[in-house]
Design a protein around this ligand. Structure first.
Ligand SMILES: Cc1cc2nc3c(=O)[nH]c(=O)nc-3n(C[C@H](O)[C@H](O)[C@H](O)COP(=O)(O)OP(=O)(O)OC[C@H]3O[C@@H](n4cnc5c(N)ncnc54)[C@H](O)[C@@H]3O)c2cc1C
Ligand code: SF4
Length: 352
């Protein structure tokens, strides 16, 4: 059988993009996987452990990188940016620029591709908008993504007596999400779950640390999700307090979280060493530029949107997957990567 010569450009090397590139190659077509960072893996590289099964995200990344590097139909280009694109009769001519790669910095080349998959992920809203929580002012206040790094550092140094266990950690949910006045009206979908995970991980590392989760609601609607949160509350003894904290204040070298417990109808104050903000999930600014470049649809926030009745396709020859479309957990990003690949291969097969 003659080799299929059609090529898809996949932009973003997180789980969604890795999956899309892999499945396109497995279907017999070529994929060029472009990632701006030096390594594949996306946000998973920053995570310490993964809900809902407490898995090590590194294992998934290494597994997929192993398959991608073995495939002769996948070209991986890390530290690379897509600079421009020109629409052609059946595809795009794109210009790629090297951002590093030992001496190749600034090198530009052109590539003809027959379809594009956008898989650029999401980022977290700037939490300093909430001045009352002190992000960027008090060193103990961090975003949930920054806290994943802290968890990793603690885990790497487990057993090191020089590591001071925190006396208390408070995690605040819905920061910027479901807030029409300063943030976004939507629910960011995954923060109930990763906050439970982070709270549970603190208890695993430091069983004597007091861990509080401040919540307005908790949403755990996925396979094994409710059981996961229950385990964190009942077996790991994380205290969930219903209420939105009004303020975080420095006091005697610690942080005082002031809130109202809306179930009990009483004011609460907890003194902790760290405050973790689960801030809203938002599109990366670069995604909007790519959407303009390739004529992809976007919604009012800048997330990529699908064509009617085409869940993985955003416009002609442009598919998308994962967090660039909205907040999503890793399993969902992988599924969407596979769905985008199915869209690409169906198109390529039709044109053979
Ligand atoms: C704090 C936190 C904790 C989480 N914990 C969990 C968990 O426990 N379990 C779980 O299932 N999920 C968890 N998630 C969600 C998980 O991170 C996402 O589901 C997953 O990363 C989405 O994959 P993605 O490929 O869509 O995006 P990403 O992982 O963000 O990957 C996108 C990639 O695209 C690259 N990129 C972006 N723009 C460009 C560009 N212009 N050119 C080239 N490359 C580009 C980025 O560098 C990145 O490598 C968590 C998320 C956060 C924020
Ligand atoms: S997923 Fe949970 S924490 Fe995140 S915005 Fe929705 S309700 Fe709030």
């Amino acid at each position: 059988m003659p080799e299929n010569t059609k090529t898809a450009l996949v932009i973003g090397g997180g789980p969604a993009g890795m999956e899309a590139a892999l499945r396109i190659a497995q279907a017999g077509f070529h994929a060029v996987l472009v990632e701006k960072e030096p390594e594949l893996g996306g946000t998973l590289r920053d995570l310490h452990s993964s809900f809902p099964r407490w898995e090590n995200p590194r294992e998934l990344i290494d597994h997929r990188i192993g398959l991608l590097t073995k495939s002769r139909r996948v070209t991986i280009r890390t530290q690379t940016a897509v600079m421009s694109s020109v629409r052609q009769a059946k595809g795009f001519r794109v210009s790629l620029k090297s951002l590093g790669n030992g001496g190749r910095e600034g090198y530009e080349d052109e590539l003809d591709v027959d379809a594009v998959v956008l898989a650029t992920g999401f980022e977290l809203m700037d939490a300093s908008v909430y001045g009352e929580y002190g992000h960027g002012i008090y060193p103990g206040v961090m975003t949930s993504l920054e806290f994943e790094g802290q968890l990793k550092t603690w885990a790497q140094r487990a057993g090191d007596i020089a590591v001071d266990a925190p006396h208390g950690v408070a995690l605040i949910k819905c920061v910027g999400s479901r807030d029409r006045s300063k943030g976004y009206p939507y629910c960011s979908k995954i923060c109930c779950m990763y906050t439970a995970k982070q709270a549970g991980l603190v208890k695993d590392l430091f069983p004597d640390t007091r861990v509080y989760v401040f919540y307005m609601d908790y949403r755990a609607s996925g396979k094994e999700y409710e059981e996961f949160v229950r385990q964190v509350i009942e077996e790991k003894h994380v205290r969930y307090i219903r209420g939105r904290p009004a303020k975080v204040l420095p006091e005697d070298g610690r942080l005082l979280v002031r809130a109202e417990d809306t179930l009990m109808g009483i004011p609460v104050e907890v003194a902790v060493d760290m405050v973790v903000l689960a801030s809203a999930i938002v599109p990366r600014p670069g995604t909007l530029l790519l959407a303009e470049m390739f004529g992809a649809r976007t919604d009012e926030y800048g997330f990529i949107e699908n064509e009617p009745f085409e869940p993985a396709r955003s416009s002609e020859r442009v598919f998308y997957a994962g967090g660039c479309g909205f907040a999503i957990e890793t399993a969902g990003a992988l599924n969407q990567g596979a769905a985008a690949a199915a869209g690409v291969t169906a198109l390529f097969n039709e044109e053979r």
